[in-house]
Design a binder for this molecule. Structure first.
Ligand SMILES: *Cc1c(COP(=O)(O)O)cnc(C)c1O
Length: 470
């Protein structure tokens, strides 16, 4: 080793010296965490000295720089990992971005109960043990016409639980046209396997007839299942069998008819100018015995799975020990209760459920929002970036109404002196990250999901793109 380097290494302080120098950090992070980080920083400094890339002036200068680096490292370690972003991707219910934002009433309800004890499973009338689903069951029944209902962690869990309860070790008939993969490893055949039942495929990919189901029914049949083909549509020469047609067949065979509706929908969406999507009430009135759907897709509520239908089936499900493993927590139940109440008073529905509000924003309003954002950005960036307003199409997302898009407006950004990726990264690194969509060599900021324009402008104030930033 060069004598110069050996000499520099002698300047490295001991951990106790550093701990004394970092006294305020001890109070904040505790001695154990601080010592561990200091050791990491000492090692880094040692390697830099050995590599010859660091020539410290004195022991004190090392103490100073290690203290500073440790403080920065611990600070960033404690930054919140999960935080708010601007979803300007044009996908309203974006699974990777947390799907539906909650209505204010649901947020308030969660805050109100989260810091105290609550009557989650306690009947305040009798003083006896209550049931956690009691808080939402009557609302689900009112809104769907079901006899009974229960809730679990998400719709995947709902499907798993229903199949495990009704069809373990036996067969479930599903049309080959409905054997979907949702993404995130939710594949209907895999879920069937995990639930312990045997998938009996009927019909073909594009055409399934009632007679296909009829001839597949046998001693081992435990249920007939319909699955919403959430994220694709078959066009052309196709045929499927409706719930209404299957109901008499299931009845005759004495097996339940299950419908995985995917995105739950409780109201006639065409009233709001949205595409038609079958409601839970319609499914049950067509003769489905038990339905399952998500809470955080079209419904616009918290992540959960809702199971609704015949009393006898819900009772069986409640007795399955798996229900205990999949049950909802108090915060989700509080939020769900509020969302269901909004559906029970539909006059305020579109104004108060954020995802529905975004889905139904008038085009003129979107155009104005895009103009505001464009004006703001063009004023801020007089060079280095091209900024235009373009028409675009928003997607509903989460496998709801996959082939239907909604006309919208975007502000597009084309960087002149850097790559698209570099600009996209800078947008992600803003205090509140901005997530757009990269398309046609541009970044599209679809304004349909932009409600708080001022907050976006505030965040964009931190954007530095090179060129003339004001
Ligand atoms: C989305 C979806 C699921 C999964 O629902 P999660 O709430 O995401 O667990 C299951 N089935 C269908 C048909 C779906 O569209």
């Amino acid at each position: 080793m060069l004598p110069r380097i050996a000499n520099n290494l002698k300047k490295l302080p001991a951990i106790d010296e550093l701990l004394r120098a970092c006294e305020p950090l001890v109070k904040h992070y505790g001695r154990a965490l601080l010592s561990a980080e200091l050791k990491t920083q000492i090692n880094k400094t040692r390697l830099d000295i050995i590599a010859g890339s660091l020539e410290p002036e004195s022991r004190n200068s090392i103490i100073e720089s290690i203290s500073r680096q440790t403080s920065v490292a611990l600070n960033s370690l404690f930054e919140p990992s999960i935080r708010s972003v601007f979803n300007l991707t044009g996908v309203i219910l974006h699974t990777n971005l947390g799907r539906a934002p909650y209505p204010q009433s649901a947020i308030d309800a969660m805050v109100a109960i989260s810091g105290d004890a609550c009557n989650l499973e306690y009947d305040l009338k009798t003083g006896k043990r209550g049931h956690r689903d009691d808080h939402v069951e009557k609302w689900i029944c009112k809104l769907t016409g079901a006899e009974a209902a229960t809730t679990v962690n998400n719709n995947a869990a709902a499907v798993l639980l229903v199949l495990n309860t009704l069809a373990r070790k036996r067969e479930v008939l599903v049309s080959r046209g409905e054997l979907i993969e949702i993404g995130g490893s939710f594949r209907m055949p895999a879920i069937m396997k995990k639930s312990g039942c045997k998938l009996r495929e009927v019909g073909t990919t594009n055409r399934t007839h009632l007679s296909d189901y009829e001839s597949a029914i046998g001693k081992k049949t435990a249920a007939i299942m319909k699955v919403h083909t959430s994220n694709y549509e078959i066009e052309g020469f196709k045929k499927s069998v409706s719930a209404a047609q299957l109901a008499p067949l299931a009845d005759k065979a004495g097996v339940p008819l299950i419908d995985d509706m995917g995105s739950g929908n409780l109201v006639d969406l065409t009233v709001f100018g949205l595409p038609y999507e079958r409601t839970a009430r319609e499914a049950l009135s067509e003769g489905i015995d038990v339905i399952t759907f998500s809470g955080d897709k079209l419904l616009g509520g918290p992540q959960c799975g809702i199971i609704a239908g015949k009393n006898s089936i819900i009772e069986q499900i409640e007795r399955n020990p798996m229900k205990r493993a999949l049950r909802l927590d108090k915060l989700t139940l509080a939020a769900l209760e509020c969302v269901l109440k909004l559906y029970a008073t539909p006059d305020r529905l579109c104004a108060e459920v954020p995802s529905l509000r975004m889905l139904t924003r008038p085009v003129e309003q979107l155009s104005q929002t895009a103009k505001n954002l464009h004006h703001h950005l063009s004023k801020k960036f007089t060079s280095g970036i091209q900024c235009t307003i373009e028409e675009c199409e928003s997607q509903i997302g989460s496998g709801a109404l996959p082939t239907k898009t909604l006309p919208s407006f975007a502000v597009t950004l084309t960087p002149e002196k850097q790559s698209i990726e570099s600009l996209a990264r800078k947008l992600r690194e803003l205090p509140r990250p901005v997530i757009g969509r990269v398309q046609n060599e541009k970044i599209y900021l679809d304004v349909r999901t932009l409600e708080n324009e001022d907050a976006l402008h505030e965040s964009l104030a931190f954007l530095r793109i090179g060129g003339d930033n004001r």
